[in-house]
Design a protein around this ligand. Structure first.
Ligand code: SF4
Length: 389
């Protein structure tokens, strides 16, 4: 393997034993660099990107505008290898959820949510998550590893293929992508940025930058870096109106408190060329924890002057958690206080109820490198024993 090829191969931890470069995850620039590295013209990158992301082609022999000699060379040095669908669950409301096996045996979830003229794909960025938010099923499973760029964009590739979207290229299967599945995307920065650039690229999936959203729990330094290299929409997992409560729900808040996170969002938008874009604030409502009128009023005060819209998410109970779903009345009351203060506020409707568990549950346990999942299981069992005494 040449040094140049080795450089691409080492960027992809899911590579096959012969260490071929997985072209699926290469951004336009990296694809051009790859072709230059094997002595070809950079324009080959556009041809191959279109074959992969417009036509769903995985076999170099189907790339009819590429000569036989180059196709043979590509077969020796490269591959197009999406991750593998392990199971698919279809809901009566059209939601489709996949468990996807990635390199090394880990599993992640991808969810397709149709809604009128729009269809959103929720994409994972890590196997598990290292951040341990107290209301999150994925966090309780611990952390295994970052996904490669090929494994991230591969979820989009598989979803489009699953709906025959490559057969009829006029049919837009996915209108929106949210980086809101398993994992904290900003802790897998380079691979997430590469994958998102393919979502936006006209030679990739051509989705508008306003319709690709990165959701973060608040890794402030990485958010500052993101503003320098990406123009996607931004969502933050806030979930509490003050630092004391957020420290309990979203532990990374101890490192980057709310004021720093909101300031980083403002800096992100300052770097964007277009105006009138705002941060989406996600707030999971948990019964008796953060869903009371005083929390809503405190949130109004906190977000005064911060350009945003608010998405309220009623907590979805799962095993290993003692938290409860809020009553409809509590959700409505919370919404009313925010709306009366002129915040654009939506309540996330429950979708795919018949196939769903909380996000992250479909794949079961990840191979946890942090041992956190063992601790959570032990603590949970203990609390259940105390509860029945
Ligand atoms: S909410 Fe997001 S950042 Fe927090 S533990 Fe879950 S996946 Fe990780």
């Amino acid at each position: 393997m040449s040094d140049a090829v080795a450089q691409y191969a080492t960027n992809d931890s899911s590579k096959a034993p012969e260490e071929k470069v997985n072209l699926l995850g290469l951004s336009r620039e990296k694809m051009a660099d790859f072709f230059v590295s094997i002595g070809e013209k950079p324009f080959r990158s556009q041809q191959v990107l279109k074959w992969i992301h417009h036509n769903g082609v995985e076999d170099f022999d189907q790339m009819t505008n590429i000569g036989k000699k180059l196709r043979e060379e590509l077969k020796q040095k490269a591959e197009i290898r999406p991750p593998e669908i392990v199971s698919q669950h279809d809901s009566a409301d059209g939601t489709r959820k996949w468990a996807i096996r990635v390199g090394g045996g880990g599993l992640v979830e991808t969810v397709y949510i149709p809604d009128g003229g729009r269809a959103t794909l929720c994409v994972s960025s890590q196997v598990g998550c290292s951040l341990d938010c107290s209301f999150c099923s994925t966090g309780k499973q611990g952390f295994q590893r970052d996904l490669t760029a090929a494994e991230i964009i591969g979820q989009v590739f598989l979803a489009v293929k699953s709906f025959d979207g490559f057969v009829d290229s006029q049919k837009r299967i996915i209108t929106n992508v949210v980086m809101m599945g398993m994992g904290e995307p900003l802790l897998n920065f380079d691979n997430v940025v590469d994958a998102m650039s393919l979502m936006l690229d006209d030679f990739g999936y051509g989705i508008s930058k306003r319709r690709v959203t990165l959701s973060t729990s608040g890794v402030v330094p990485a958010l500052d870096r993101l503003g320098d290299v990406s123009e996607v929409s931004l969502a933050i997992s806030l979930h509490a109106p003050n630092d004391e409560l957020r420290n309990q729900l979203v532990p990374i808040n101890k490192r980057y408190p709310i004021a720093e996170l909101l300031a980083a969002c403002n800096r992100y938008w300052d770097k964007q060329s277009d105006t009138h874009r705002v941060t989406t604030v996600e707030y999971t409502l948990i019964a008796g924890v953060n869903d009371q009128p005083e929390h809503a009023r405190e949130l109004v005060e906190l977000l005064k002057g911060f350009p945003c819209k608010i998405n309220l998410i009623p907590f979805n109970p799962f095993s290993l958690s003692d938290y409860q779903r809020p009553s409809k009345k509590a959700v409505q009351r919370f919404w009313q206080i925010l709306s009366d203060a002129n915040f654009i506020t939506t309540i996330r409707s429950t979708r795919g109820d018949d196939i769903d568990a909380a996000c992250g549950q479909l794949v079961g346990q990840v191979e946890d490198r942090t041992k956190r999942s063992e601790r959570h299981r032990a603590n949970y069992t203990e609390s259940q024993v105390i509860n029945v005494r």
